[in-house]
Design a protein. Structure first.
Length: 44
């Protein structure tokens, strides 16, 4: 036999779990600016 016995489901019905409330947005990152390399002056 494969699977969960029906008795287990009946037991689970006796102890209902509260469904978690999922937030709409958990984290809003601030803008990311890549570190800039020092620029060389063009030589002529």
């Amino acid at each position: 036999k494969v699977g969960i016995p029906i008795e287990v489901y009946h037991l689970m019905d006796l102890y209902p779990q509260a469904s978690p409330i999922r937030p709409g947005v958990e984290f809003i990152p601030s803008p990311y600016y890549a570190p800039q390399m020092p620029q060389r002056k063009a030589e002529k």
